[in-house]
Write a protein that binds this ligand. Structure first.
Ligand code: FE
Ligand code: FE
Ligand code: ZN
Length: 277
């Protein structure tokens, strides 16, 4: 069975997201841990989280994905920004202990001119500070499109971060189809080669989730503009190969396409029809 969902708003609570997911034919979803462009966080309603846990079990959900805010930049030049990143990630990971079968995805960050070497050290330090022994949640580095000074623009950069992590068993990678395509990996014509390279650099056992987005731009454009499935430069035929590929077909897929709920429901239905049981 294809495990698929989309990004949902947490504003009406945790159980609400679970019900919304089921209403659009999803068996998972993604949500922001806090205001994506700010940093504020509201008090965790533990009863609501437990209601979601129960609901997900009853409805056989695949693991869900918590996304860190975009403002979290653990490799910033500014010390204050780095301190916020460590504090926010620490708090997010503590809170996520209440949520069952949840992974935590974040953007490695932007080095803003300091260079990748310094950035890799800052990001690893942040993870080694925020993560803790006995943690349930697996933390995922997202593959980035490489716009500006984004770190994680290729598999090698992600591998360099992973190499420095203390709790490596609790680390993985989330592959964003729009980002890797914009980053220059040809998942349309050479999917096998791209996955072989991922395996060589990082190891396919570390691949835990896929952000499934079409791209408004061409291969290697380094732009990061998501498009609806089938309406961009990746296209439905490539997505059919992606969701059915032996190395990917059992992973959870999360849509981050520009859509309302009805739009997500129809993309989920199209992809379910393209999946070979
Ligand atoms: Fe993301
Ligand atoms: Fe993404
Ligand atoms: Zn993106």
């Amino acid at each position: 069975m294809l495990h698929i969902g989309c990004h949902l708003s947490v504003s009406k609570g945790f159980l609400h997201m679970g019900k919304e997911a089921v209403s659009i034919g999803a068996d998972t979803f993604q949500f922001f841990t806090r205001n994506p462009r700010g940093g504020s966080v509201r008090k965790l309603d533990i009863e609501d989280v437990q209601a979601l846990n129960h609901f997900m079990k009853e409805n056989h959900f695949a693991p869900i994905l918590a996304h860190a805010p975009y403002t979290l930049n653990g490799c910033s030049k500014t010390e204050k920004t780095r301190q916020f990143a460590v504090a926010a990630m620490t708090e997010d990971l503590q809170r996520l202990e209440y949520v069952e079968h949840c992974r935590y995805n974040f953007h490695p960050g932007s080095h803003v001119g300091q260079g990748v070497d310094t950035a890799v050290d800052f990001i690893a330090d942040m993870l080694n500070t925020a993560m803790f022994s006995g943690q349930k949640t697996t933390v995922l580095l997202e593959t980035m499109a490489g716009k500006g000074t984004e770190v994680g623009r290729n598999f090698t950069e992600l591998a360099r971060i992973l190499d420095k992590i203390k709790w490596i068993d609790k680390m993985g990678v989330c592959l964003d189809t729009c980002h890797v395509f914009d980053g220059g990996y040809d998942i349309v014509e050479r999917l096998d080669d791209v996955l072989r390279e991922f395996d060589h650099c990082i190891g396919l056992d570390k691949l835990k989730a896929v952000h499934i987005n079409d791209s408004k731009n061409t291969l290697g454009s380094h732009k990061d503009r998501h498009e609806k499935i089938g309406q961009g430069y990746i296209g439905i035929e490539a997505f059919t190969r992606i969701i059915n590929h032996p190395a990917l077909r059992n992973l959870p897929f999360y849509l981050e396409t520009p859509n309302d709920l009805a739009g997500y429901a129809s993309e989920i239905s199209v992809l379910r029809q393209a999946y070979r049981e």
